[in-house]
Write a protein that binds this ligand. Structure first.
Ligand SMILES: NC(=O)c1ccc[n+]([C@@H]2O[C@H](COP(=O)([O-])OP(=O)(O)OC[C@H]3O[C@@H](n4cnc5c(N)ncnc54)[C@H](OP(=O)(O)O)[C@@H]3O)[C@@H](O)[C@H]2O)c1
Length: 348
């Protein structure tokens, strides 16, 4: 090995190189710390899609992007340059969504993948297909849900339908996609909860509502489970150095297909809804907390975003109130372990 003499110029070069290395190390450490301890910067209350940073080069998966908020997420993200994959059950609705997006954004990079969150084999199949073809995943938006079907349904795996679709399917999908998310230098998991989580508790004695089924209680429980898991995921990512941001969001109340396809428009819930619907957010407004969590540089891992007016049903974007049952960490590990057991998915 030959050494060149330490002339003033190569000593200076060496110093520069060392300084650059040190800067790189500090910024890499800062990047890790950023995910762990980002200061809680309040979002700009009038934050809109115009404030969204360019998403060119980002790969995003949106569950349930065929209608409502998920469709608006996909539209806004393709418009900002992201490559978007919409995953939902119905390929025909998927084609319609893609046609509409391409009419609005001719250069859109958007695809559809079949996914039934109420069937863990379908979740595994999608994760395998994506592992096989994506270099990484930058953002996973856990958006799909059903709300309050009047009669208790059961998933392909034998679980109560709302818990299975809204929570367990997403728990499994996220765990299976963790290796792809960890390949991103800003991997984010954004999970949709609801104001309904504030009225919920986790009924570990009858989690699957086998003894007694109340449609709205099961919906609320599934949304509380999403919120608790979203917080726990951030804690586990920080502890294990997975380097992802896990953020929860809710839309307030937004006019989508959720009620028509759940309790029905002629139900008591639906009739009340019809009277009030002009007060509520459009799906595009309802999508803003999610889009903020998915794209804003200052969005905080472990936080919960939503509208701040009218008991959080609508209004300007901000931090959402964390229901005490969600912040209470005493049963978070129990929920996590149970979810691993019910789905057969372990995060690594
Ligand atoms: N609307 C509100 O006021 C409100 C309030 C609070 C929270 N949220 C939350 O916001 C999110 C979006 O809801 P939305 O109001 O936009 O409802 P939506 O218009 O009914 O959209 C729901 C989406 O979920 C998909 N989906 C349903 N079951 C699925 C399954 N088993 N597998 C895969 N995809 C499935 C549907 O797609 P396919 O039928 O094509 O599969 C559809 O794209 C949900 O998490 C909801 O709980 C909504």
């Amino acid at each position: 090995m030959s050494h060149s003499p330490a002339t003033p110029s190569n000593t200076a070069t060496q110093r520069l190189l060392n300084a650059a290395r040190m800067l790189f190390t500090i910024s890499a450490m800062a990047g890790t710390l950023a995910a762990q301890a980002t200061p809680r910067t309040e979002p700009k209350p009038d934050w809109s899609t115009h404030d969204m940073p360019s998403q060119k080069g980002r790969i995003v998966l949106v569950t349930g992007g065929t209608s409502g908020m998920g469709y608006e997420d996909a539209l806004a993200l393709t418009r900002a340059g992201a490559e978007v994959i919409i995953a939902a059950r119905n390929a025909e609705r998927g084609r319609e969504a893609i046609t509409k997006i391409k009419q609005a954004v001719p250069e859109a990079r958007v695809q559809f993948e079949t996914l039934d969150l109420a069937n863990l084999q379908s979740v595994r199949d999608l994760a395998n297909r994506l592992q096989g073809r994506l270099p990484r995943l930058d953002v996973l938006i856990n958006n799909a849900a059903i709300m309050s079907p009047p009669v208790r349904g059961v998933s392909a795996d034998g679980y109560e339908m709302q818990l299975a679709t809204n929570y367990l399917g997403h728990f499994a999908l996220t765990g299976l996609l963790m290796p792809l998310l960890r390949k991103s230098d800003d991997g984010r998991v954004v999970s949709l909860s609801s104001i309904a989580a504030g009225r919920a508790s986790l009924n570990f004695d009858d989690l699957q509502a086998e003894r007694s089924y109340d449609p709205f209680a099961s919906y609320s429980q599934s949304k509380l489970a999403v919120l608790k898991w979203s917080i726990e995921l951030q804690q586990r990512s920080d502890a294990a150095g997975w380097g992802i941001r896990s953020i929860a969001a809710h839309p307030g109340v937004a006019v989508t297909e959720l009620i028509a396809r759940g309790p029905g428009l002629d139900s008591e819930f639906g009739k009340q809804w019809a009277v009030e619907r002009d007060l509520y957010h459009s799906a595009a407004q309802g999508a803003l907390p999610t889009l903020y969590a998915a794209t804003a540089l200052e969005a905080v891992g472990g936080a919960y975003y939503g509208p701040t007016g009218d008991n959080e049903k609508r209004g300007p974007l901000g931090f959402a109130k964390m229901p005490p049952a969600a912040a209470d960490r005493s049963n978070s590990a129990t929920l996590w372990q149970l979810s691993e057991r019910l789905t057969g998915v372990t995060y690594r």
